[in-house]
Design a protein around this ligand. Sequence first.
Ligand code: NAD
Ligand code: TDX
Length: 347
Amino acid sequence: MADRRVLVTGGCGFIGSCFVRMLLDRDPGAEVMNLDLLTYAGNPANVASVERSSRYTFARVDVREIASLKPWVEQCDVIVHFAAESHVDRSTSENAGSFVETNVGGTFAILEAMRRYQPEARFLQVGTDEVYGDVEAPQAPDEMALLRPSSPYSASKAAADHIALSFERTHGLDVLVSRCTNNYGPYQYPEKMIPLFITNALEGLPLPLYDGGTQIRDWLRVEDHCEAILLLLDSGASGEVYNVGANQEPEKTNAEVTQMILDCLGHSESVVEPRLGLRPGHDQRYAVSTEKIRALGWKPRRDFSEGIEETVRWYSDHRTWWMPLKSGEYRAFYDAQYGRAAEIDKV
Ligand code: NAD
Ligand code: TDX
């Protein structure tokens, strides 16, 4: 009999799969039920190392369907909700509806399933710092700050946070929310900036750097994020929100991160292709105060320069993981996104 049965949604994605691997590795008393729809971003290869474990179960389930969730939710002690549409660029096109359906509708459905079938469980909503919107330097919003999401992605995540917290207040469920900054590391789908730039560089393709590369993101190693979630499951308080971030000092612009990647590979910056207008509403800077979670004993443990080096090495050594992903659906998205106004937007 397991000490805790943890239902993970979206456990075949980038962060969810890191969490599944870490939890099974670190907690011998944990059993994991991984529910994932296997959208373009969900990849069973991300959890191949645990699929034979007697403490691991996978089911292809859509988090928007309460009836499909029921048999899983009834048996769990904890729910960690990662499943989402996660790519900002996809949310700024005609795909925005799927962000509302999955991120808002899916979060509602799993909370409602918990309310009906397992109201004693603990629920952690995996949120994002993007809900605070563009943050002027040197500000770093704490958890009480106003939410000012800019994209359909971040707006749908803000709505999901509110729904989650409403279930705590209205129904007395044990619900908490984490809001993390940009993650990077192994197994990240190559549509996000860091894996896109690494894999493009390895393939001899241009690196499409948006809007002058002056934007700032507070990059955090995915393992640091998953350690924060593990801690919050044990020590976080119900009804509370916790920011999670690296608080990098000095902050790094996208152009600087791009240069770090090129330095690791020994490539010249001539492969950078400046692009304008591909991200409408592009937020300039994200930053958060992380005092609240640091007071619980968490801090980021991994250095950014070393993390980038290790990540570049991982993608160099794992071409068989990412090369098949860069065809089919990916190609169609890539051509639509980067082919958009190709000539006039190049500067
Ligand atoms: P991802 O796109 O890599 O993975 C998302 C996973 O959810 C995939 O496995 C996909 O198949 C699954 N999924 C999508 N729709 C589903 C549905 N209807 N039912 C079941 N499964 C479904 O995303 P990620 O980068 O790992 O992000 C995970 C979570 O963390 C998201 O909620 C995201 O908003 C949040 N987050 C991400 C970052 C980041 O930098 N990537 C930072 C902060 C928060
Ligand atoms: O081709 C690109 N060129 C480029 O310059 C891409 C894909 C991105 N960028 C820029 C846009 C951003 O300023 O790089 C920065 C990072 O972009 P993404 O990797 O797409 O991440 P971001 O939009 O910041 O969102 C990510 O972090 C927060 C995740 O996708 C979200 O799920 C998470 O909530």
